[in-house]
Design a protein around this ligand. Sequence first.
Ligand code: ADP
Length: 393
Amino acid sequence: MSSTGTKLETPVSVESKTKLRALVLEDNPLDAALALRALDRDGFEVTADVVQDEAAFSKSLRANPPEVVLADYNLPNWKGMDALKVIRREGLDIPMILVSGALGDVTAVECIRQGATDYVLKDGLARLPEVIRRALREKTERGLRRRVEEDLALKIAELSRSNDDLEQFAYVASHDLQEPLRMVAAYTQLLAERYRGKLDENADKFIGYASEGAERMQVLIHDLLAFSRVGRKEVCESVDCNAVMKDVLQALAAAIQESGAAFSHEGLPAVWMDRTQVAQVFQNLIGNALKFRGKEPPVVSVQAEKADQLWQFCVSDNGIGIAPEYAENIFVVFQRLHGRSEYPGNGIGLAICKKIVEHNGGKIWVESQAGSGSSFKFTLPGRSRDERKEAQS
Ligand code: ADP
């Protein structure tokens, strides 16, 4: 006898048998013995506690956690399905199989819906071993899946932490580098002003290179800082893209005039974002459309259409285009398809657009062919996160 009930062990133990610890919730000792014999006949070596009520069940569950619970549906003082609640309360994942004299199909389906693993009728005990094997297999698979998911969650958390560290580093570095660089730029400029033509020809050239380098580095650091600032200190609000477009065109007025660009935008919507970020995306894309123009004056258009919960925008131009194999690369920091002497720039503009768009739950991509213009498409939210969640539920 066990402390919690009757201890039954199947009589013969053969090497090849699968050891199984079971907890049997059954008021009829003969039925319990029949179930265990069915298992013994089909390759199991079972050690089982047989109990009849909640107290004994809970005690055995804690003292000797089983691999499987076999529960009669009807008991004099308890219900088989209530055993499931105890198993859950203990935080255990143990398959529970109902072994019952009679169980209508509707009741059986309801029990499985509530969490019973399966059911076997007492006059069909030959099925029991296979049902248990399947339940154990599924439990192993569940465990594996859980471990993989936990592992993945851990890795994602690690990755996000190291990403945060990296972003913090980029931010601090670009921010703190500004000050000494300002000194270098200011003094090389002073050198140029005071000593141009007073030293030899080489000295003038060298001072020129130094000033140019310092200026380029200032632009680079300014852009890197803008890149690492995305997501910091933002104020999301409803932003009218038509108003943003007005500001952007004003900022790009000189380039528009110089290139003779034709520009159109129609009834753009409002988006729920930080205003500066919206402006930055449009300014970078339109600025590129002007910069990477072909022989003809640029024709640039901005359009928007609804795409589920988001707005899909398209900034298209008639410029030099991009070969499809570079369509993803160009969104990576410092990736450029041309030398600086052909087109000025440092390869951060599109990376900033991507970071802003993705930070706001959207996507950005380009549709283009070399030599035949580009269409930059991206999605932005029209409503706040909460409003979108509400609309979804
Ligand atoms: P930058 O403009 O400083 O080079 P970007 O990140 O904005 O950096 O762009 C990366 C590269 O993508 C550009 O160097 C250019 O080769 C390509 N590109 C971007 N916009 C366009 C465009 N509208 N038409 C053709 N090529 C483009």
